[in-house]
Design a protein around this ligand. Structure first.
Ligand SMILES: [Fe+2]
Length: 187
């Protein structure tokens, strides 16, 4: 299993998303770039792990990879078949509280059996990068981002139920990361 370089991860994501899902690619570019910017939060080599996972976190939306329709699991499984580092695959599998979405989808046993969930500064930072970035790559406050997701999917959608359930955990991870960033760069 190999940890790709950041440019390798970026180009893998680009191949899978740019033409097929240009809007998703805009989001991913902003998430990946944000992760590269906040790498200083983390000890090396975690900075690289964070950036690589950020570039690859949404590859499971690629039409080439869809299998279960649960993008976190589909993406993580594909990364594993490509020989990508286990930890990166597991971070992608569980990113942004995906284990709660897995419960809504009845896929939580499969997710947990195949990919261990880590709770760490890196997990929080990945959630922060994803949840403070809008669908077109805009910078969003996390609460606004959650509202945007709910309105994009509509009140009865599984993703809306997941987001409502995950909101406290997502906001806590974002706030922890913001606290770490402000202790590095006090105003
Ligand atoms: Fe994302």
């Amino acid at each position: 299993m190999t940890l790709p370089t950041i440019p390798e991860a970026r180009s893998l994501a680009q191949d899978l998303l740019e033409d097929a899902l240009p809007r998703r690619w805009s989001h991913v570019q902003a998430v990946g770039t944000k992760a590269e910017r906040i790498c200083e939060l983390l000890d090396s080599p975690d900075g690289q792990v964070l950036s690589v996972a950020a570039w690859l976190h949404d590859v499971g939306y690629s039409p080439d990879l869809v299998s279960t329709g649960f993008h976190s699991l589909d993406g993580a499984r594909w990364l594993r078949t490509q020989g990508i580092d286990d930890r990166v695959a597991a971070l992608v599998a569980h990113h942004s509280c995906a284990w709660l979405e897995a419960m809504e989808r009845g896929l939580d046993s499969e997710l947990h059996e195949e990919f261990p969930r880590e709770e760490s500064v890196t997990t929080d930072a990945l959630c922060y990068c994803d949840m403070t970035t809008g669908p077109d790559g805009q910078d969003f406050d996390a609460s606004y981002r959650l509202t945007e997701i709910r309105s994009r999917y509509g009140p009865d959608h599984l993703v809306t139920r997941f987001i409502t359930r995950a909101e406290p955990e997502i906001l806590a991870a974002v706030r922890r990361t913001e606290g770490r960033l402000s202790s590095l760069h006090p105003r």
